[in-house]
Design a protein around this ligand. Structure first.
Ligand code: DC
Length: 227
């Protein structure tokens, strides 16, 4: 008999720890981790490389049918993104692309284009999927929805340390401004804005380290799924 796949939706603003925690939880539970931000980032990278103004919805929409975006999971279980066969897993992480992505993600045609890709992954695997609209739009029937958040200052600080560790030259104030601007765009856009699903469990990681956040989330998952 075909077993129903299980799904856990994690939504929240940038820098709350979604991807790190979702990755660890997926490894613990034997689920696939689906990083939907990476998929949006790949579309943004393609638009950027084609010299398209990310505010020009019609031009970005026109590009979509020609895009060859694929993903696979390496032996490490890590999600790799490919654009026209090129592994762009690293390239999509640049700060410039982060800002570009929040604008591309506000384009309705882009969200529509990526919806089925995300749902298909959840039909094929047990997933922990993170994003902004997973519990509200992509997987409204998810077995568990977690809204993961933290103060803008805490999130900017984490992002700053991450970028510095990667060798990028940034300053904290600039990163905080980007975080606040990205929150605003993600929460105020018309299509699929970031918001807490009605039946989501809220986890605030402001005063928590990774281990504490992980334990808290794992407890919620175990209680809910009996996993
Ligand atoms: O999670 P992230 O920082 O990689 O996301 C990059 C951008 O993409 C961010 O501005 C929000 C947007 N995004 C979205 O609108 N919907 C998703 N499901 C995932 C990301």
């Amino acid at each position: 008999m075909h077993m129903k796949r299980r799904s856990i939706a994690i939504d929240g603003p940038s820098g709350a720890g979604k991807s790190t925690l979702a990755k660890q939880l997926a490894a613990e539970l034997g689920f696939h981790y689906v990083d939907t931000g990476a998929i949006y980032r790949t579309v943004a990278l393609a638009a950027c490389r084609n010299g398209i103004d990310c505010g020009d919805g019609a031009a970005v929409a026109k590009l979509l049918p020609d895009l060859e975006i694929t993903l696979n999971y390496g032996k490490d279980g890590f999600q790799h993104m490919y654009l026209d066969g090129e592994d762009v897993t690293e390239a999509i992480r640049q700060e410039e692309i982060s800002v570009y992505t929040s604008r591309v993600a506000a384009i309705p045609a882009v969200r529509e284009f990526l919806l089925e890709t995300q749902r298909r992954l959840a039909r094929q695997h047990d997933v922990i999927m993170d994003g902004r609209d997973i519990g509200t739009v992509v997987l409204p029937q998810a077995d568990l929805k977690i809204y993961l958040t933290a103060s803008p200052e805490a999130r900017a600080r984490r992002r700053y340390l991450e970028l510095i560790a990667r060798g990028e030259q940034v300053d904290l104030d600039h990163v905080l401004r980007d975080v606040v601007e990205r929150d605003r765009r993600d929460m105020e856009r018309e299509v699929a804005p970031l918001r807490q699903a009605e039946n989501a469990v809220v986890v605030d990681t402001t005063g928590l380290d990774l281990k504490e956040s992980f334990r808290l989330m794992l407890n919620h998952i175990k209680t809910c799924l009996g996993a």
